[in-house]
Ligand binder design. Structure first.
Ligand code: FAD
Length: 501
């Protein structure tokens, strides 16, 4: 039973069960369980393991209601327990209700379809099959609410938001949003069915699925429906979830979408790059190729682009050549940056809000943090040993290419005022944080503010209590703690790969 046959490791977002732990884990568990009994020598099980891991990652936020486990029946130690549970074929999926007894050997899922989405919906159905008494306590009701129940929320002040998903009876969007938002105390989610005609009429809803929001202050509004009509079945759930999830993660999919937009849309409006523009572009590619903590295929693409740029003796490059390289030539060797824009952490409550500028801020915060944690990363490049390398590159990128020229002028004014005082890589992390807050102050209440994401001084006390102090009755930042927080928040370990395809 060597390392090579281990299909799952402790780093996967699931629980590895054994004969020693299975029964005691399931007995009277506060959550339901879905356990895959597999065999590490079975080809199907090996091929299926990436899907199971992706599923476990996908439903990570459901953990207070249902958990995902695996047990390897090919492991000698587990022979007896697999016999006791009558596991005859691999993989066998068994689900176990919350609060089960020691004698419970679970129910087998017999369907042939083991796609992620199908199994996720199976989990929803299974949770819904609990009775009121044996349902995992933190799991909200998954049944639809009636018209009166929803209408009674109108005009009431509350501690939290209530989102109501209005959908057809066979839609899973509402139930998945309910489960996805379980960790977030500031929002409750209910679902109602399109068959409740009076409700639809009262709320002015004409298409489903739709989402309606009751604010803590007693007001209510329909949520932008485009959010609910995106192509993938999971996107509406993610979109609604992210309007509320209180932002403690950074998402790789935002960074990749930002890079895609920057390289294929924003820069592509320039027919050729030459002189200062070309230099700015080269420095930008250098910084991302060396510091972007991304997936291998993306980093390789950036590195290949950099090599190509460095090797070209030209002082003028048609941008089409760069696009051709990124879109066609590199694709052949498997180097690939998604062609899709999908926002998760940067999802706004309407199309015009957040998105790209949010991803750009996020990208540069990530890059300053990477530079501070890997001081040698830019060795042997034109930007070697310059604590200002990332900031200067950002400044020139924003000034030269960023579509919002007004933003560029403001940023340049801030840079002229104080950027030269930055003498270390850590001070660069803090400088960008301070300036971003200055922008937040300036934009509070402006048209570009998403009402669901107010422009506040960041990190707020709920994200980092230790960052905030009081001196003689006045608020002050504890900059040491802010630095620690920024390094954690924008550090590699906090960048979630969720939703990257
Ligand atoms: P953003 O401000 O984009 O922030 C993204 C995320 O970063 C937040 O959700 C939060 O998690 C985190 N964050 C917030 N504050 C900080 C901080 N201080 N340090 C670290 N992380 C933080 N818009 C204008 O209308 N006028 C302008 O002049 C303007 N100037 C801009 C200049 C630059 C360089 C950039 C990149 C953008 C500028 N924008 C400007 C756009 C604007 O700043 C926002 O990006 C946009 O309104 C989207 O806002 P958001 O709510 O997604 O949060």
């Amino acid at each position: 039973y060597g390392q090579t046959t281990r299909l799952y490791t402790e780093e996967d977002p699931l629980i590895i069960l054994t004969s020693d732990t299975l029964k005691q884990t399931l007995h009277n568990s506060s959550t339901a369980w879905l356990v895959q009994f597999y065999s590490s020598w079975c080809g199907h099980c090996i091929q299926y393991s990436p899907t199971w891991k992706a599923l476990a990652g996908d439903v990570r936020d459901w953990i207070q209601a249902i958990r995902i486990g695996v047990l390897d029946c090919a492991h000698e130690k587990n022979f007896d327990i697999c016999k006791e549970f009558s596991i005859h074929f691999y993989p066998t999926f068994r689900y176990f209700k919350a609060h089960g007894t020691t004698f419970d050997v679970g129910k087998t899922y017999k369907g042939a379809d083991r796609e992620l989405q199908t199994v996720r919906q199976l989990m929803v159905n299974f949770l819904q099959n609990h009775t009121r008494q044996d349902r995992p306590a933190p799991c909200p009701p998954l049944e639809p609410s009636g018209t009166e129940d929803i209408l009674s929320l109108m005009g009431w002040k509350s501690e939290h938001y209530t989102a109501v998903i209005i959908e057809d009876g066979d839609s899973y969007v509402g139930r998945e949003v309910i489960l996805d938002l379980m960790p977030f105390e500031r929002v409750a989610v209910k679902r109602a069915l399109t068959s409740e005609k009076r409700l639809l009429e009262k709320l002015g809803i004409t298409v489903a699925p739709a989402a309606y929001l009751f604010h803590p202050n007693g007001t209510h509004s329909i949520m932008d429906v485009y959010v609910l009509h995106m192509p993938s079945d999971r996107v509406p759930v993610v979109a609604v979830t992210n309007v509320f999830s209180f932002r403690s993660k950074v998402y790789m999919v935002d960074l990749e979408s930002g890079l895609h937009y920057l390289l294929r849309v924003e820069l592509a409006t320039h027919k050729t790059l030459e002189g200062e523009e070309l230099k700015t572009f080269k420095d930008f590619v250098t910084v991302v190729a060396k510091l972007f903590p991304g997936r291998q295929s993306v980093v390789k693409l950036l590195e290949t682009l950099l090599e190509w740029l460095v090797s070209l003796p030209l002082d003028k490059i048609p941008y089409d050549a760069i696009l051709d390289l990124a879109n066609n030539k590199m694709r052949i060797s498997g180097l690939y940056l998604s062609q899709r824009v999908q926002w998760v952490g940067c999802q706004g409550s309407s199309t015009a809000l957040r998105g790209y500028p949010c991803s750009l801020w996020t990208l540069f915060h990530v890059l300053t943090v990477q530079a501070a944690s890997r001081p040698d990363a830019l060795a042997n490049t034109a930007l070697e040993e310059d604590p200002l390398a990332v900031l200067q590159t950002m400044r020139r990128y924003i000034g030269t290419f960023f579509g919002c020229s007004e933003c560029g002028r403001h940023f340049e004014a801030m840079a002229q005022e104080s950027m030269s005082q930055v003498k270390s890589l850590e001070k660069a992390v803090l400088w960008l944080w301070r300036k971003h807050n200055q922008v937040n102050t300036r934009l509070a209440g402006s048209m570009s503010e998403d009402p669901m994401f107010p422009k506040t001084q960041w990190p707020t006390p709920d994200l980092c209590p230790a960052c905030h102090e009081e001196q003689e009755g006045l608020h002050v930042w504890n900059e040491g703690m802010v630095l620690t927080f920024l390094k954690q928040h924008y550090g590699t370990a906090n960048i979630s790969p969720k939703y990257t395809s």
